[in-house]
Design a binder for this molecule. Structure first.
Ligand SMILES: [Zn+2]
Length: 128
């Protein structure tokens, strides 16, 4: 089995997990931003004086500049590309593996299990 693909797959996994963490963080930021922008919209402008209104408008403009949905989209695309690279490596590993096939049963529901056949080295599953 070529060491290159094994090492690459683990590196791509590492990158993908981190990208997914970043996307998750952007999601949290997105919700926070939506909430704060809603708060700004609900504020009664007539009750605030002119200089305060200017500050609110400026802040709102800056928060909009973060452009969180677009930034999130970039990371989502990257994550998708890395997933493809990871799958290419996995396929290569499975093609070159000298399979060591094992049978196992997995629980799919309470008191219901399914027989699976897979390689314990490369995790390729086989239909029975
Ligand atoms: Zn295998």
């Amino acid at each position: 089995m070529e060491q290159y693909f094994i090492l690459s797959e683990s590196k791509f996994s590492y990158i993908k997990n981190r990208l997914d963490d970043i996307i998750e963080t952007y999601n949290e930021l997105d919700i926070m931003t939506e909430n704060i922008l809603n708060t700004y919209d609900k504020q009664n402008i007539s009750e605030t004086n002119i200089s305060e209104t200017n500050n609110i408008e400026t802040e709102k403009k800056y928060i909009d500049i973060f452009n969180i949905p677009e930034a999130k989209e970039i990371y989502a695309e990257l994550s998708e590309s890395v997933k493809i690279l990871k799958n290419i490596c996995k396929k290569r590993i499975q093609q070159q593996c000298e399979h060591s096939i094992v049978k196992d049963s997995i629980d799919i529901a309470q008191e219901k299990s399914q027989q699976i056949t897979y390689c314990e080295k490369c995790e390729k599953t086989f239909t029975q």
